[in-house]
Ligand binder design. Structure first.
Ligand code: NAD
Length: 298
């Protein structure tokens, strides 16, 4: 298929590379020159605007940091028209960014007014999953759009879920990441308590993994440096899923809870922890560096 890919950051670059490996014809666009050059080296075509990247595309995929970027791209900013207006040949549009369901529905409604099929398809699985092509896609939108997107998403992911109508993918993703934020901070807290009381973090991790406290953070993303080879914690928390992105996702959960009068006391606590951690200068570190908050003064 002829695919336009917009947003070649930590996630978008390996996702676009997997589309190339699967034999798709991919045209890329990013604001960062080096990101496009890298994909060009892997066989992609590059364009000098999002509109140009989408010119012949049957499918458009975007992978941008936050809602403001997605709204700006598709609906336009500062009086300039958005990308939706340029898609007169009616490609399928898939936004894989994690943004609020409200922002998603705004773009989805504008797409529908123009006769375009639009899906929200946020992902889970991190940079490792993006590179390995094992992401989980959580899709919101029409059944027909979902079926058309499935073969394309399968080139980048292993589990493809249809959560419901437009915005449902974002709701499910936000619930998942709220739980992840709670699990990661809880794991960091338990490890710090054990170590303060004389335990070896690796031994304690193994015990909790095999006990009722076992969870994803302990299994594949241990936050204590040196416990797990290859983890972000074991490379000074460089790369990975940034604290700022986790703080953003927990903020989205908070907004969603306020709007629907849901109660999220654990999620609110986690949001405050990650926001504080970010404010202390750790926004660009992997989110498992939340462990530092519990090690202050050591
Ligand atoms: P990133 O900041 O590494 O990459 C975003 C890219 O978008 C950058 O290269 C930037 O230059 C580009 N960009 C921004 N505005 C643009 C525009 N108008 N036109 C073209 N390019 C533009 O972010 P990321 O880590 O790749 O995350 C992307 C999304 O995926 C976020 O919503 C994030 O929450 C979500 N996500 C990230 C992870 C992770 O582990 N990093 C995991 C799951 C989901």
């Amino acid at each position: 298929m002829n695919i336009a890919f917009i947003g070649l950051g930590n996630m978008g670059s390996p996702m676009a590379a997997n589309l190339l490996s699967a034999g798709h014809d991919v045209c890329v666009f990013d604001l960062v020159e080096a990101a496009m050059a890298d994909l060009e080296g892997q066989g992609a075509r590059r364009a000098n605007s999002a509109e140009a990247a989408c010119r012949d595309a049957e499918v458009v995929i975007s992978m941008l940091p936050a809602g403001a970027h997605v709204l700006g791209l598709y609906l336009g900013r500062d009086g300039a028209p958005g990308l939706l207006d340029a898609l007169t040949h009616k490609p399928l549009v898939i936004d894989a960014s994690t943004i609020s369901p409200d922002d998603t529905c705004r773009v989805g409604a504008a797409a529908a007014e123009r006769g375009l099929s639009y899906l929200d398809a946020p992902v889970s699985g991190g940079i490792g999953g993006a590179k390995a092509g094992t992401l989980t896609f959580i899709v919101g939108g029409s059944e027909a759009g979902f079926e058309k997107a499935r073969p394309v998403l399968e080139a980048m992911g292993k589990n493809i879920f249809h959560a419901g109508d437009i915005g449902a993918g974002q709701v499910a993703k936000i619930c998942n990441n709220m739980l992840l934020g709670i699990l990661m901070s809880g794991t960091a807290e338990a490890l710090a308590l054990g170590v303060k009381n004389g335990l070896d973090p690796a031994v304690l991790s193994e015990i909790m993994k095999q006990s009722s406290g076992g969870n994803w953070a302990l299994n594949v993303y241990n936050p204590w440096p040196g416990v797990m080879e290859g983890s972000a914690a074991s490379r000074d928390y460089q790369g990975g899923f940034l604290t700022d992105l986790m703080a953003k996702d927990l903020g989205l959960a908070w907004e969603l809870a306020l709007k629907t009068r849901a109660s999220v006391p654990m999620g609110s606590q986690a949001r405050n922890l990650f926001a504080l951690h970010s404010a202390q200068g750790s926004g660009q570190l992997d989110f498992s560096s939340i462990q530092w908050l519990y090690r202050a003064g050591e």
